[in-house]
Each structure stands twice: as structure tokens, then as C-alpha cells.
Design a protein around this ligand. Structure first.
Ligand code: CA
Length: 466
């Protein structure tokens, strides 16, 4: 190749010299492109008489031909001198590498900036979520009549947001119960009962009136709870008008609120807040003969708390009773042990492993809490919403949430038999967590989704009673 180039260049130079002209070839580096630059120069024989551009002529034509040949040679030479071109190419690669490094650095910075933005957004999202939760737990302000005090004045509403007790509520409703032990049980119907409007004695339950709302809890701790009036109070300082209330949402429920009467409950000022020595489990408590009876949290222990002396008067394990979610009512809420009072005394409604989830009824000594007698029913505890005793009979409500449900079972401790019944019952606020009977005024006390309500009931003498 170098031979051909040399020959070509010699021919050109000789050709030029043969015509009385001189030619030269220069090689230099182009600082801008990094490439080798070759310059071929031919002297004009008579510079002053150079033809005008485009005039042409044999002499110019020859020069052009030689230039073309030279360009071709230079092009080939540059193609073969990869080292020179390669050198320029290497620099370009380095520059490209530098550019790439700069771009990578820039992208890395962008990534770090975006990461910080994501972290800021996540932090903001968490703040908004917390704020939303706090707003959700804050009850809507209810307009109060001028004579009423604001809930802010009620210590019952100063418990903070509290924590929800774990719930095991069934989402599906319990279907209407089938007949139980056909042929063995007696279905109590209103046609069998001899209803009289003036009947005040013990009898069968024949109807439940629509609920009367007395108070709505304003705090989340009052979503469910228990409230009562003592059917057989012992006297001062608490009488038959005293209203007792426990807001049952929270891990450590240890406050018993005492209101002088219903009016004070409505106004929102408790006359006293009694601190309980042991935490209350759920909504199964009751008040009877001057004592609060309740299940101690996380145990099967029953506690009798004397409200006058504000001390524990008795404590006793309820033998074999399931607790803390083993055998709750259908809505959950650790309603394993439900205490009840009726005309005959104090009862416990619960279940055991031996009973395999069927309701067991225990008659309790109200002084010592000892079990005096038990009955095992064939009513599955977790298929009913709640239970209460009236005149020695257990009644269970089918649904805690359906507005129009029924009292669907009755178990008679006298005959040891259960019956399927159907007495309309109204869950006005769709989340009834406590229902108890007060034999003193023959009303049902219930806690329905923040609302404390009562139901008037009608009893009737029945020919089924021996
Ligand atoms: Ca109950």
C-alpha cells in the first residue's frame, strides 16, 4: 500500500514538475476532529491569470483528476491506518465513557432525590392515615337540648380513644332456627298464654315493645357496654333509681359509673365513678342487691363487688366455663360468660368444653357465687346474639344486627326443656351487644351501638306452668 501511495505521489509530483510546477503533500493533526489531515498543494503557473471558477480548461481538468486520485489514495490510506483512526476512536470512546459516567451520576442523583420524595410522601400518608383514624374515632357532634350538659363534662367520655376489644363477630346472620327436638319440647305461643294487661306476676314472655333510647355514648369506648338498675337495691347511698353503666370497649375496663337517676344519665354527669379492682371482661355484668357482678378479664373468675363499700365481697371461678372467645355469643366480643338476674335470683349463661358450645345455665348463690345447680341446653351459644332470664326461663335473641329479628329460643329450667319461639325483637341501631332483664320494672336493658335503650316486655300466665 505504501508503495502504491509513494508511486502515485511521485507520479503526481513528477507530472507537476514536468510541466514546470511544484506540488507538496502535508500531514497535520486536526485539533478539532482528532484526525490526520493531508493537504496537497500545486502551484499555478501564472497565478495572476488563473481562470475564473467554472471556466474549466484542460489544465484545471488535469489538476482535478490528480486531486481525485489523491483523495482516493488518502481515503484508502486512512482506512488502512487503523492505528491513527483507532487512536481517535479510543479518545471518542473515553469521552463517551465520561459522558456515560456523567449521565449515570446524574441519574443516581435523580434517583436519590426521588427516593427522598417518596419517603416524604410515605411519611405524609402515614400522618394522614393517623389523622383520618382519629377523626373516625371522634364521634359526630350531636346537637343537645339546651338543658343538657355537653359530653365534655362527663368523665365517662374522658377515657380516650381506648383500644377495641378483639371481635369475633360473624358477618353472616344466623338463619331462623329450626324446631328443637320435636316431640320433646313445648312450643310456647301467645295462644297458649293467658295474657292479661294487669298481669304482674311471673310468667312467660309474650311480647317485647319497641326500644326507648335514653342515652348515646359519645366516645368510642361506648360502642358497646353494659348498663343496669338494681332490681333489689339495699338502700343508701344507691337506690332503685340509680343507673349503673360500664363502657366496655378497651383492654382495661375498670370504671363503674353511677348516675343518680335516668335524668342524670341523660344530662351526662355521673354522681360517682367507682374504680374496680379487677378489669371487666366484656358486657356480661349485672347489678343485684347492692353488688356489681362481673367476669374478671381473661379468666372464668366471677367477682362480686359491693358498691357501698367499694370492695370485692366474693370471688369464685365458674367451673369449666369457657372464656375469652371460647364460647361467645354470635357477635363475639368475649361474651363467653353472661350474668343475668330475674325474679328467682342470679344466673350465669355460658358454655363448657363438655357441653361443646351448647348453652349451660348455672344458678348462683348471690352471696358466695357458688353454683347451686346447672342445666345444659341444646342451644348453640355462638348461634344466638344474646340471652336473658325471665322467671327461670332463658330467652335468646336470634340476631344482634338485623333490625327486625326475633327471640327465637326459650329454655325452661323448671321442665328442663327448650322451645323454638318467635317473639319480634327490634335492633334499632343494628349492633346489640348486651341485653339483660330487670325483674324490678320488667324491662329489658340493652346496649345497641352506643345507645342505651330499654324495652318494655309483657309476660303472661301460661297453662304450661305447673
Ligand atoms: Ca345478657
Amino acid at each position: 500500500m505504501w508503495v502504491r501511495l509513494a508511486v502515485g505521489l511521485c507520479c503526481l509530483v513528477l507530472g507537476c514538475q514536468g510541466q514546470g510546477r511544484t506540488a507538496s503533500l502535508r500531514k497535520a493533526n486536526d485539533d478539532f476532529t482528532g484526525r490526520c489531515q493531508y493537504t496537497f498543494t500545486v502551484d499555478s503557473p501564472a497565478e495572476s491569470s488563473c481562470p475564473q471558477a467554472g471556466a474549466g480548461g484542460p489544465e484545471d481538468e488535469g489538476v482535478r483528476t490528480r486531486l481525485t486520485l489523491l483523495e482516493a489514495l488518502v481515503s484508502r490510506l486512512m482506512g488502512e491506518r487503523g492505528g491513527v483512526v483507532g487512536e481517535a476512536g479510543l479518545r471518542t470512546a473515553e469521552e463517551e465513557e465520561e459522558v456515560e459516567e456523567e449521565e449515570v451520576g446524574q441519574l443516581q442523583q435523580d434517583k436519590e432525590r426521588l427516593s427522598r420524595q417518596v419517603q416524604d410522601l410515605q411519611r405524609r400518608l402515614e400522618e394522614l392515615t393517623l389523622e383520618t383514624e382519629q377523626l373516625r374515632q371522634r364521634p359526630c357532634h350531636q346537637p343537645q337540648p339546651p338543658r343538657l350538659s355537653t359530653p365534655d363534662n362527663d368523665p365517662a367520655f374522658q377515657l380516650g380513644s381506648g383500644a377495641f376489644q378483639e371481635m369475633k363477630a360473624e358477618l353472616s346472620e344466623v338463619p331462623a332456627p329450626p324446631q328443637i327436638q320435636q316431640g320433646q319440647n313445648q312450643a310456647i305461643t301467645s295462644t297458649k298464654a293467658q295474657t292479661t294487661s294487669s298481669f304482674t306476676g311471673c310468667g312467660v314472655l309474650v311480647s317485647v315493645q319497641p326500644p326507648v333510647t335514653h342515652r348515646k355514648a359519645d366516645s368510642i369506648t361506648g360502642k358497646y357496654g353494659a348498663w343496669f338498675q338494681d332490681p333489689e337495691p339495699l338502700g343508701q347511698p344507691y337506690g332503685p333509681k340509680t343507673v349503673w353503666r360500664i363502657d366496655a370497649v378497651g383492654k382495661e375496663v375498670k370504671q363503674l359509673f353511677a348516675y343518680e337517676d335516668m335524668e342524670q344519665l341523660i344530662r351526662g354527669f355521673p354522681m360517682k365513678v367507682l374504680p374496680l379492682p379487677e378489669a371487666v371482661e366484656s358486657t356480661g355484668a349485672t347489678v343485684y342487691r347492692g353488688s356489681l357482678y362481673y367476669q374478671r378479664r381473661l379468666s372464668r373468675m366471677l367477682i362480686r363487688y359491693d358498691v357501698a363499700t367499694e370492695s370485692v365481697a366474693a370471688r369464685m371461678d365458674l367451673p369449666h366455663a369457657g372464656f375469652h372467645g371460647q364460647h361467645p355469643y354470635s357477635w363475639g366480643g368475649y361474651t363467653d360468660i353472661d350474668l343475668a338476674v330475674d325474679e328467682r335470683g342470679l344466673w350465669a349463661i355460658y358454655s363448657t368444653s363438655k357441653a361443646k358450645g351448647a348453652i349451660v345455665i348455672a344458678k348462683l348463690d348471690p352471696e358466695s357465687l357458688e353454683v347451686t345447680k346447672t342445666w345444659e341446653t341444646n342451644i348453640r351459644k355462638n348461634t344466638v346474639a344474646n340471652g336473658f332470664m325471665v322467671c327461670g326461663r332463658l330467652y335468646t335473641v336470634a340476631s344482634y344486627s338485623l333490625p327486625n329479628t326475633t327471640i327465637s329460643y326459650m329454655f325452661d329450667t323448671d321442665t328442663n326443656q327448650s322451645s323454638a319461639i318467635s317473639i319480634p325483637f327490634h335492633n334499632r341501631y343494628h349492633y346489640n351487644s348486651m341485653i339483660d332483664y330487670n325483674p324490678g320494672n320488667k324491662k329489658l336493658y340493652a346496649w345497641d351501638n352506643y345507645h342505651m335503650v330499654t324495652y318494655d316486655v309483657k309476660l303472661a300466665q301460661s297453662d304450661s306452668i305447673p
